[in-house]
Design a protein. Structure first.
Length: 270
């Protein structure tokens, strides 16, 4: 029988030293792939996620084209080496489900009617997983879509809350996700406050659900600032290069007139 793991100590500190309402460290970089129209790399605790966006481009197969609006299609995939026990390559039920909910969340903010018969293709690759990969993937994908210049109402940002050891927690870690009592991933559109993703695994009372939801939404607004900062840094560098004056031209060598050829005088009688 495995020994019981204590997820919280007597000071309500978690296994990684965080407080119950503290996020894991988050780092986002935009524009990391040259071949994609837009891309982003995200590190969220132990999660490492790469997102790439292509489009709008002609939708294939053609029978899927919508004459009135664009399709937003997402493919979420966990690399075989992303977890400690090698994952079987290829899509599974979980990947298909996450691909669907992410597509719907992103599709809510894209001005799809501007691009009929086209497709915006989003690819999310989880390189290293440590709980909360759907939230990390959706957050990275939104930055990649903005980097691609896709017209959107706003970014989408996601975070999870939950419950472990009878205590409500923000941003569950690996052990808390595996051994905890509930997990509540949430995604919002910060500018309007709309909820575009809300799922729950486990059991919460109505009061706990309300508190967890508020905690996750407050955290989403903090992550939203990190998303915007990543895009500012990406395009501030681009703007600096555009504003840099061209180097001065090298001075042209002074033009020196060639001397006229000297014609030797001919002597008489020659």
């Amino acid at each position: 029988m495995e020994p019981e793991v204590k997820l919280l100590d007597e000071n309500k500190r978690r296994l990684d030293g965080r407080a119950v309402d503290e996020l894991r460290p988050i780092k986002i970089e935009a524009g990391v792939l040259n071949r994609a129209d837009g891309s982003a790399y995200l590190e969220w605790g132990g999660n490492k996620v790469l997102a790439a966006v292509y489009g709008p481009r002609e939708a294939h197969p053609r029978h899927r084209q919508d004459p009135a609006r664009a399709l937003v299609q997402c493919r979420y995939n966990m690399a075989a080496f992303s977890v400690s026990d090698r994952k079987r390559p290829g899509p599974d039920r979980r990947s298909v489900e996450i691909s669907k909910v992410v597509s719907e969340a992103l599709g809510h903010v894209v001005f799809k009617e501007q691009f009929p018969r086209t497709s915006v293709d989003v690819f999310i690759e989880v390189l290293q997983a440590e709980a909360g990969t759907r939230c990390a993937g959706l957050t990275a994908a939104a930055v990649a879509m903005a980097d691609a210049g896709i017209p959107m109402r706003d970014l989408v940002v996601s975070c999870a809350a939950g419950k472990a050891d009878g205590t409500l927690l923000l941003d569950l870690g690996k052990e808390e996700d595996n051994l905890g009592e509930a997990d509540l991933p949430v995604a919002i559109v910060p500018r309007t406050g709309e909820i575009v993703l809300l799922q729950m695994d486990g059991h919460l009372t109505p009061e706990e659900l309300e508190k967890s939801l508020k905690s996750a939404i407050d955290a989403c607004h903090k992550i939203y600032e990190i998303q915007k900062d990543a895009l500012r840094r990406r395009y501030a560098v681009t703007a600096e290069h555009e504003d840099t004056p061209p180097p001065p031209e090298a001075p042209k060598p002074e033009e020196v007139e060639a001397p006229e050829p000297v014609v030797p005088e001919t002597q008489e009688g020659e």
